[in-house]
Design a protein around this ligand. Structure first.
Ligand code: FMN
Length: 409
């Protein structure tokens, strides 16, 4: 193995490993051993619930260090301040729904939740819970809040759960967690100097003051790209249709409603950017005339809507671009590759992200997606179902190929 291909290890790193009351707590033992094997010094902090699943003694022996279990035990006093002060990262694995909620809301009623408030180092959470809990809107909201704050959340995996049911909730495989820790300690800043102009979410085309035509886009893919690019050092402007998402830290958000507004802002910012990603699901049609007053059910019923085409934003940007790398999306329900390849060439894109929105587990509203990346040199990369945040990094990697050196068009 050459020096360059050797995976980075955690030699010299000081970590806090938080273990919470999940049935997967036993997996933290193997994780601790892997972290120590890579050279990290690890202080384990357990919640009271975690100690019901596994004894502190196990972690104490394997880490060679005392384990923190309570805020008020005399000998552990103030360790909620001193440990995070010297830590390079806090890894919570497994992280319960309860811990995610406390971290999102700033509740500090035990050593671990208090530490995550006092720490200035990266926080990495690897949740594990029943599928129903993971997909609960409250848990999703907390995860989103944490991500928007820069917390690295390593999505749980699908498979058989402790309840015997199938679903997403299993603690991520050990290697994925280790990759998360390594990258948190050596953040990639490979997009420094790049200026990303990005669109996300749906557009809303008014029928009257209370009704509109829209689509099922949640904006999650675009917001994940914004977060990934910002983490990697890019300046990001996110022109966003209406979504319920919180903007990622450090990203400038330009809120819009209609395709016309989105087109206007994308056009205005185009010359500033070095990379343009059109992840928004822009309405193709809009009502020709939006009624000024609410259309009434009674009276003169309107049963047909006169539609007209909206501006093709991608085509307009493509026609105006100078050196920008251009990335588009193709959300299709059939003949995915044929449609995506046609769009790649007709819109003059460098990369197209093709995704089959009928595929179970991915598409609109989901936190996960699978996609096929097609690049202008014909390269095709199939990306299996993974979190949109992980997919975002893959999309940036593909766009990056076209950045340096800038290809002649
Ligand atoms: C057998 C058993 C297994 C549990 N597994 C999980 C789990 O995998 N994930 C989770 O979020 N909560 C799980 N819980 C519930 C948590 O233990 C409970 O919410 C607890 O308050 C978490 O406290 P903590 O976050 O301070 O560790 C489980 C409870 C029991 C009794």
């Amino acid at each position: 193995m050459t020096e360059n291909s050797r995976p980075p290890t955690l030699g010299g790193a000081r970590l806090v490993l938080g273990v919470t009351g999940s049935i997967a707590a036993y997996k933290a033992v193997s994780l601790l051993r892997a972290l120590v094997r890579e050279g990290a010094t690890v202080d384990v902090v357990m919640t009271r619930a975690a100690t019901k699943f596994i004894t502190p003694l196990t972690f104490e022996v394997l880490s060679g260090r005392p384990v923190v279990t309570g805020l008020f035990e005399a000998h552990q006093e103030m360790r909620h301040l001193s440990l995070p002060e010297h830590a390079d990262a806090i890894l919570v694995a497994p992280a319960t729904a309860n811990f995610l909620a406390k971290a999102a809301l700033g509740i500090a009623d035990d050593p671990l939740s208090t530490m995550q408030l006092t720490a200035h180092c990266p926080l990495i959470c690897a949740p594990a819970m029943d599928g129903g809990m993971w997909s609960h809107p409250t848990v999703k909201g907390h995860v989103q809040t944490l991500r928007a704050r820069g917390v690295i959340v390593i999505d749980p995996e699908e498979g058989a759960l402790a309840s015997g049911r199938l679903g997403q909730g299993r603690l991520a495989e050990e290697e994925r967690i280790l990759v998360g820790v390594r990258s948190a300690l050596t953040p990639r800043r490979d997009w420094e100097g790049q200026r990303l102009l990005l669109s996300a979410g749906p557009t809303q085309e008014p029928i009257d003051p209370v009704r509109y035509i829209s689509n099922r886009s949640s904006g999650k893919m675009g917001y994940a790209i914004a977060e990934a690019a910002s983490n990697r050092g890019a300046q990001v402007v996110l022109v966003s249709g209406p979504t319920s998402l919180s903007p990622p830290q450090g990203v400038e958000v330009v809120p819009v409603e209609t395709a016309e507004e989105m087109a206007k802002h994308m056009n205005t910012r185009m010359s500033w950017s070095t990379v343009v990603v059109m992840a928004a699901a822009v309405a193709d049609f809009r009502p020709k005339h939006a009624a000024e007053l609410k259309l009434k059910k009674r009276g003169k019923p309107t049963t047909t809507l006169d539609l007209e085409q909206t501006t093709d934003i991608l085509a307009a940007l493509s026609a105006r671009r100078t050196t920008q790398v251009l990335v588009g999306f193709a959300a299709e329900t059939h003949d995915l590759l044929t449609h995506a390849k046609a769009k790649l060439s007709s819109k003059g894109l460098d990369v197209i992200v093709a995704n089959d929105v009928t595929r179970p587990g991915g598409g609109f509203g989901s936190d996960q997606n699978a996609a096929t990346l097609i690049e202008r040199d014909g390269r095709i990369t199939d990306l299996p179902l993974k979190s949109k945040r992980e997919l975002a990094d893959d999309i940036l990697n593909a766009a990056q190929r076209w950045l340096t050196p800038l290809k002649k068009r």
